[in-house]
Design a protein around this ligand. Structure first.
Ligand code: AMP
Ligand code: MG
Length: 418
């Protein structure tokens, strides 16, 4: 797997790991950070639970009405139809009924109001007619317990609601709130040091001299890392210089669990990243059978893991989505997510690569015939970040000899998470 310390890359013919092999290598190497912190529910979304959550109480805590209507005994349903029942009171959400509802009577009840003692069934308002102080049941089929939400229907006290290692989703935070559980113990954020390399790079806000470009990679990378709830240590722009690269790596290694650089990791004359990593630590692999994004390096410096990501903006993002994100999952103590993919019809012809899994940027469309198909977002160069910005999915093309023709199923990976 290793190509030796800082050895020159061989180009992507024959020397590349498959994505699956790279992920397998990462699984065998990376383990979760151990520190745990306590966060309030406001901070909990997207974080990884450090311990299971056990429900301290039933949700809902009390049996309550699922509808606006009248609460009665099931035995009184027939009378309610034949001659109506006197209405002996009213019960609202948050205002429990004082006392017991007498047999042969009913109470007006609103959604979410606690079921009073003595009644077991709710008939919905639309099935009733109010005549003076009596409620007549004029429609509907009812059984005991109808339209009643029993205590613990959603979550039972003592149930294990979430396992350790779960990434908390929006609805999960809502479940924790319903249980009254806050704060929660989560794995501390993964600390990620980032820097861009390249003599041509200028920060946004500075005018460009001839030949210069703005450093867009750090913006997209920071956006991805923020989305993944990492703590970001931004080391800025590093010139194409071995010593400067070493200095940045040394600082990153002191502070970060993971270091990500962009560019300077290919086989050009100004590509110093691999040599710098090899001098301070180790390159474990370089070159992935992925298009775009082949020149990706993995290794470590001191106690920080390291990925040297491709420089081209699209390649860098695809490196992140396919390789770095699963690595972050491993570091943050959650099982690496399977990519979320589904199949749709190809809207046009796609020509996959024989050697590298390819990820053209796509848009999903429901065509006039009602069929969902995927189309490329125009031109696909790895420097054309607008191809990514227009995309709502990646089209996932495995290595194969023949084309995918319009109408053939292809896998897509939605990008709506970024
Ligand atoms: P390299 O891997 O250094 O050869 O870079 C590949 C391409 O990506 C070159 O065209 C670079 O100018 C471009 N590039 C490198 N870093 C960045 C960056 N931070 N933002 C935008 N483009 C970049
Ligand atoms: Mg460069």
């Amino acid at each position: 797997m290793s190509e030796g310390k800082g050895g020159p890359g061989k180009g992507h013919r024959g020397s590349s790991l498959s994505i699956a092999a790279a992920l397998e290598a990462l699984r065998s190497r990376l383990s979760a950070v151990r520190e745990v912190e306590s966060v309030s529910l406001d901070e909990a979304g997207g974080r990884i639970l450090a311990a299971p959550v056990v429900a301290p109480a039933d949700v809902p805590a009390w049996a309550n009405s699922a509808m606006d209507g009248y609460a009665l005994r099931a035995q009184d349903l027939a009378v309610a139809r034949e001659q109506g029942l006197p209405v002996s009171g009213e019960v609202l959400a948050g205002r429990p009924f004082a006392g017991r509802v007498e047999a042969g009577t009913c109470v007006r009840i609103m959604t979410g109001a606690v079921m009073p003692d003595g009644v077991d069934t709710v008939v919905i308002q639309e099935d009733t007619e109010r005549r003076g102080d009596r409620m007549h049941l004029v429609a509907g089929d009812y059984e005991r317990g109808g339209n009643v939400r029993p205590a613990g229907e959603d979550v039972r006290a003592g149930a294990r609601v979430f396992a350790a290692g779960r990434r908390l989703r929006v609805a999960d935070v809502g479940v924790l709130a319903a249980l009254g559980v806050s704060p929660v113990a989560v794995v501390r954020r993964v600390r990620v040091a980032i820097f861009s390399t390249g003599d041509e790079l200028r920060p946004v806000g500075e005018p460009l001299q001839p030949g210069q470009i703005h450093d867009s990679n750090r913006y997209t990378l920071r956006g991805l890392l923020k989305h993944d709830r990492c703590e970001i240590i931004d080391l800025g722009i590093v010139p194409d210089d071995l010593q400067a690269t070493r200095t940045a790596l040394e600082r990153a290694a002191r502070e970060a669990d993971l270091t990500l650089s962009t560019a300077g990791v290919s086989v050009g004359d100004a590509d110093f990243v691999k040599a710098a990593v090899a001098a301070l630590g180790e390159i474990e692999f370089w070159g992935i059978a992925i298009k775009p994004g082949h020149p990706l390096a993995f290794g470590r410096v001191g106690r920080s893991w390291f990925f040297g990501l491709a420089g081209n903006p699209v390649s860098m993002m695809i490196n992140y989505l396919q390789i770095v994100r699963p690595a972050l999952d491993l570091l943050s103590g959650t099982a690496a997510r399977d990519p979320r993919r589904f199949q749709v019809e190809a809207g046009e012809t796609f020509s996959p690569s024989m050697r590298r899994e390819e990820f053209p940027r796509g848009v999903l469309r429901i065509d006039e015939d009602g069929v969902q198909r995927v189309y490329r977002t125009g031109r696909q160069g790895s420097a054309l970040l607008s191809s990514m910005s227009r995309a709502d999915c990646l089209i996932c093309l495995p290595c194969r000899a023949g084309e995918f023709k319009r109408g053939e199923p292809v896998w897509v990976e939605p990008l709506d998470c970024i």
